[in-house]
Design a protein around this ligand. Structure first.
Ligand SMILES: [Zn+2]
Length: 481
């Protein structure tokens, strides 16, 4: 081959690569632009126009731990307008429903989830989880939130944190913060973009950590912090009055320094109580990794993985699940021991009257929306909370943490009708809430057939391509703006 031929070949190869790159970037940018208009199949319509009168129900009070029997519930335009004796006279045109002696509780809140698909919000709803707090916000979540607020489709309410603010060396899906000034800027930007709260990691340097909290307080945006202890070198008082602290596992890894120290645990629980901040234990995600580590594929085979978004499934199987599947039996035994201790941490916190919230970390590994929430509630029960305390953790405690308890969190006149109906008393067995007789979302009656339809549709997730475009949009918007 002559020199001339060689250069010619290089030139034509370069042209092909260039044209290919140009086409790909045009495709990706056009697709990002289309994200505002493209929606997956099978979303369900919001229809809460009917006034509902539900006779013959028992109201579970999450405030008094009592059951108010034989009630009639009137719901108009999504709001509970009356609670009176069953079969009270009907004064307006309404759809009358026989509650058949069902027990009514508020809809559940999962305060720690990771959403990768609109359908996850439908699955949550099918399990009575009427509100979720998503703790790794991306632009797509703000889009979904807006769609839900416009009543474009039926799903759980959603509170969205900022992208996770983390320190040097964090992975690309989190937001790296390199200086206190940048931390303050990120907080202001998150608020102006419409995020509901700031999510921060623990391994930030003390000055950045303090700057983020200080700026959030200045502009009045809530903060949830990963790990119930301050960044290294920062004072505990920084944590006072935050919205929540996440993961009891971090108490074990942080202040307890990986020691199964029962006495020191009591001192730490006391210290946390003084902060006046609720804790989201996220036991379910640790239980889940313990199962993966111990029972491997036998455990995976028990999960309904067809509820997972295909890209999300791919990322989790490559980057997180595989890690636990490689564990030795010795490592699994350690996780089993640690899980027991995490339950003990929750018990110590509850004994010290630290407010507990339900948060499953659904979306991590193969944990599934809604199902993980009920698993978390079972684990809280196992750690020593009563059925009533678990129900409070999943309802009124969450509404108080989000400062929306004037509208949500209990079955009371004037509050939004996000409710669960179960056949038998959930205060005798909290597991009953997993199989609702019906769910009411913002005044929309969802009977068993409708809940089943939500679950079926939840298996038809967004496709790989559009999920990938959402991911690229997140990376690009954070890199450029
Ligand atoms: Zn999480």
């Amino acid at each position: 081959m002559s020199h001339q031929q060689f250069y010619q070949r290089i030139k034509s190869t370069f042209s092909i690569v260039f044209i290919f790159a140009l086409l790909m970037s045009t495709l990706i940018l056009t697709s990002i632009f289309l994200l505002d208009y493209i929606k997956p199949n099978g979303l369900m319509a919001v229809d809460n126009k009917d006034t509902l009168i539900i006779n013959n129900v028992n109201i579970v009070s999450v405030i008094t731990n009592q059951i108010v029997k034989n009630r009639q519930l009137v719901i108009n335009k999504g709001i509970i307008t009356a609670i009176s004796e069953t079969n009270s006279p009907i004064t307006s045109i309404a759809r009358v429903i026989d509650g058949k002696g069902a027990y009514v509780t508020p809809g559940l809140f999962d305060m720690h989830v990771h959403l990768y698909d609109r359908k996850y919000l439908m699955l949550n709803l099918a399990y009575g989880v009427t509100s979720v707090r998503n703790l790794n916000g991306k632009k797509m979540h703000l889009r979904w939130k807006q769609e839900l607020q416009n009543d474009e489709w039926l799903g759980s309410n959603m509170y969205v944190s900022s992208p996770i603010l983390a320190g040097v060396g964090t992975h690309v899906l989190n937001q790296q913060v390199l200086s206190p000034k940048e931390g303050r800027q990120q907080v202001r930007e998150a608020q102006s973009k419409g995020y509901d709260l700031i999510k921060m990691y623990g391994y930030l340097s003390a000055d950045i950590f303090e700057a983020i909290i200080d700026e959030a307080k200045n502009i009045n945006i809530a903060v949830a912090k990963h790990g119930p202890h301050p960044a290294k070198g920062a004072d505990w008082s920084n944590l006072k009055d935050l919205q929540s602290l996440e993961h009891v596992e971090d108490i074990f890894q942080g202040p307890l320094n990986y020691q199964f120290d029962h006495n020191k645990l009591q001192l730490i629980a006391k210290k946390i109580k003084a902060l006046n901040v609720p804790i989201v234990p996220t036991l379910e995600t640790f239980k889940h990794l313990t199962e993966l580590s111990k029972n491997k594929d036998n455990f995976i085979n028990t999960l309904s993985l067809d509820y997972l978004n295909p890209l999300h499934y791919d990322i989790e199987s490559r980057f997180t699940v595989n890690r636990w599947l490689k564990d030795t039996s010795q490592q699994s035994a350690y996780h089993v021991k640690k899980l027991q201790f995490l339950l003990e941490i929750v018990k110590a916190l509850n004994d010290h009257q630290v407010k507990i919230l339900v948060g499953s970390d659904a979306g991590t590994m193969y944990t599934l929306s809604g199902i993980a929430t009920h698993n978390e509630m079972q684990l809280l029960k196992q750690s020593g909370l009563s059925n009533f305390e678990v129900l409070k953790a999943a309802t009124i405690n969450a509404a108080q943490a989000l400062e929306i308890d004037h509208e949500y969190g209990s079955v009371d006149v004037g509050k939004v009708a996000d409710l669960i109906l179960v056949t038998n008393n959930p205060l005798d067995d909290i597991g009953r809430l997993k199989s609702p007789f019906a769910v009411i979302k913002n005044g929309q009656w969802l009977d068993e057939a409708k809940l089943k339809a939500l679950k079926i549709s939840a298996k038809d997730n967004d496709n790989y391509f559009w999920s990938f475009i959402n991911l690229v949009e997140d990376l690009l918007t954070r890199a450029i703006f």
